[in-house]
Design a protein around this ligand. Sequence first.
Ligand SMILES: Cc1cc2nc3c(=O)[nH]c(=O)nc-3n(C[C@H](O)[C@H](O)[C@H](O)COP(=O)(O)OP(=O)(O)OC[C@H]3O[C@@H](n4cnc5c(N)ncnc54)[C@H](O)[C@@H]3O)c2cc1C
Length: 373
Amino acid sequence: MKIASPSIWETETFYRKRDIIIIGSGFTGLWTAISIKEKHPEKSVLIIERNSVPTGASTRNAGFACFGSLTEIISDAEKMGWEKTLDLVGMRFEGLRKIQNYFNPDDVDFELCGGYEILNDNSALQKLDEVNEKLASITRTETTFRIANEKIEQFGLGKSEFLIENLCEGSLHSGKLLNQLLEKCHELKVEFLFGTEVESVSETENETEIKVGDNLILNSEKVIYCTNAFSSKFLESEEIIPARGQIILTEPIENLKLKGTFHYDEGFYYFRNLGNRVLLGGARNQDFETEKTTDFDTTDFLQNHLEQFLKEVILPNQDFKIAMRWSGIMAMGTEKTPIVKPVSDRQFCAVRLSGMGVALAPKIGEMLSEMVS
Ligand SMILES: Cc1cc2nc3c(=O)[nH]c(=O)nc-3n(C[C@H](O)[C@H](O)[C@H](O)COP(=O)(O)OP(=O)(O)OC[C@H]3O[C@@H](n4cnc5c(N)ncnc54)[C@H](O)[C@@H]3O)c2cc1C
């Protein structure tokens, strides 16, 4: 990036050395800054963001306030064991509670409208009681998941044999949540440099050097990478696989029956009502290799596939028009666990938040504030 040689005024203000510099202003960066400032108001914290608004996953997601569908939890427990799976579910659940307590739910459109999963075979149902038992200590209810087949017709769904309901889940407005977080950051005197891309980071004995342009290096005591899917250049040895999620949003639909947040095909498809519109995303599993990218384009193949899904499953026999199309970039790994750790005495990371970062980020912020203290 070409930046004019800084003046003495800039060097002593905007570009002065900070205690902590956070790279990335998505949910993770913002919650982390808030937790640090709440614990250590005396520390100076600067967030550097390469775009004019946070642009990765946080502003471009589906706005589900969720902590794991039945099939996802079963599959995670098979891959990572129950202990890790329950830790992760617990963290997400607590994260959602924190959002509800921290902000006025109306200010972020937080609504406990219910989370649903559509199943077309009954194998997961055999494990429903076992999963409910495991989750009871987290959700404080005996029946986190229940079979709600009677609602298939009520919601007007096609191609759906079984419906699982989770009344502890809901939806929110991701843009409004980011705005509230930004306001809180300003209140706590967190500083920002937007439109500034970090090119590289190095360390001397006494400080970190953060290169943001040919003529400009910023210094801090500590640096935290909150760059999620865009972290490979800083964290070469970590497994961080970018995963694009494409989304379509319909025009308003008269008498829309759908209400709530829905998962289909182990969470690869996700859809919800947004007022009287339908937001649908996913289907990455239809074109896995192409979607392993940090490019924000949408593809005809997946967009057509999503429209077809909308016709067959969500709005059978109903006309609709697509109003908007966009994509966001997630970060995945072999396991769903995020990477939250020190990289050296001065460098820390909180990346790879996979598909439920809305819920994870508040608790990750707290973990980092402990770590950098
Ligand atoms: C399509 C889609 C749907 C999703 N749906 C949901 C959902 O419904 N519910 C849910 O809980 N989660 C969902 N997720 C996942 C969730 O959005 C993410 O886990 C979460 O937003 C990650 O937040 P983050 O702050 O870690 O990363 P990001 O939001 O990606 O933020 C990273 C930031 O770092 C900045 N950055 C990167 N490199 C640099 C650099 N070199 N210099 C400066 N800045 C840099 C980027 O510009 C970006 O703003 C979805 C994700 C996608 C893509």
